[in-house]
Design a protein. Structure first.
Length: 50
């Protein structure tokens, strides 16, 4: 399991009952996906995060 998956799993565990924090984290995730696209990241991984 890669670092990204570990961090994602820990964040999901820590924020499962905090809806406002969940919304902020989803916004951050969307931002990271957009930055990855801009920098020319792997398009196969980006399809999963849409």
């Amino acid at each position: 399991m890669g670092m990204k998956e570990k961090v994602t799993n820990k964040l999901l565990q820590a924020t499962s009952d905090k809806t406002d924090l969940n919304k902020k984290l989803l916004t951050f995730n969307k931002s990271f996906v957009e930055v990855n696209k801009t920098l020319g990241g792997n398009s196969g991984k980006n399809k999963k995060n849409k």
